[in-house]
Design a protein around this ligand. Structure first.
Ligand code: OAD
Length: 248
């Protein structure tokens, strides 16, 4: 994979850089994506497992699935792609990281500020009164955790289909897309809105837009540059080439 000089020049001139990540950035940590041929949505039904209706009709099944995913995520480690993004924060001023991922691997790799558009899978809160829940989730006899204040069912703090995205994170992400000079869309199929709109906002606002993805996506044709590699290979290489470029 060759890093085009146009990208290195754009990075050198940029006053601000925004990165959007999706499930692909965690694929090399052993966490399945959603829409690849072996992805989660090829095995599981999102309407049953990732929607309010699904939770209301079968909370036991939804809990079982999130506990299973939590186990995988807890045992996973950040990969070279996550570490490269954490380094970019130090390398570039006005760097904004936005993720659709719920796994917190960016934070574990050292990214200090991450706008989480789809919440996170670590925390829980009450489905009814929305209060955070910090109690036990693995209860005996398949009991489900309940809110100690209102008795409502506890749910994982992820955003489900049909739910609104967290307002502050979405506003910050849109502002960062409008205002950046370089926008990188990394490891996302760009199929899910409003996140998928961010690279397009950046493009329309005049940013140099880049896709890092081994495969074509719905928005590839808008891109100034596509790095057709995995993020754990492409991003460290991009940083290495950029450092060489600015020292010449
Ligand atoms: P998808 O599963 O839709 O897309 C993953 C993308 O990552 C694909 O385009 C792959 O080609 C690419 N990919 C795979 N391995 C990669 C690697 N090693 N390096 C770089 N790219 C790689 O995942 P998202 O776009 O994140 O939402 O999906 C968006 C949302 O849909 C998720 O946040 C989730 C899901 O339903 C909710 O749960 C609300």
């Amino acid at each position: 994979m060759v890093i085009p000089e146009s990208l290195l020049e754009a990075l050198e001139k940029a006053r601000s850089i925004t990165v959007l990540t999706g499930a692909g950035v965690s694929a090399e940590s052993g966490i399945k994506t959603f829409r690849d041929p072996d992805g989660l949505w090829s095995q599981f039904n999102p309407a049953e497992l990732a929607s309010v209706d699904g939770f209301m009709s079968n909370p036991e099944l939804v809990w079982q699935w999130y506990q299973y995913r939590r186990q995988i995520i807890n045992n996973a480690m950040p990969n070279a792609g996550h570490y490269a993004i954490a380094e970019m924060e130090k390398l570039f001023k006005n760097f904004v990281l936005v993720t659709q991922n719920v796994d917190r691997l960016h934070q574990r790799a050292g990214s200090s500020k991450v706008w989480e558009l789809h919440g996170n899978i670590i925390d829980n809160h009450c489905f009814n009164c929305k209060r955070p829940y910090i109690g036990e989730t693995n209860l005996p006899d398949k009991q489900l955790p309940k809110c100690p204040v209102c008795g409502g069912l506890i749910r994982p703090s992820v955003v489900w289909f049909g739910e609104l995205l967290p307002f502050e994170a979405l506003s910050a992400a849109e502002e960062a897309a409008y205002n950046c000079d370089v926008f990188l869309s990394v490891g996302t199929s760009a199929e899910v809105y409003p996140a998928a709109n961010l690279p397009l906002i950046a493009k329309r606002s005049g940013a140099f837009v880049v896709e890092v993805n081994p495969n074509r996506t719905a928005i590839s044709h808008y891109m100034d540059v596509c790095l057709r590699e995995t993020s754990a290979v492409a991003l460290p290489k991009l940083i290495e080439e950029y450092k060489k470029f600015i020292s010449d």
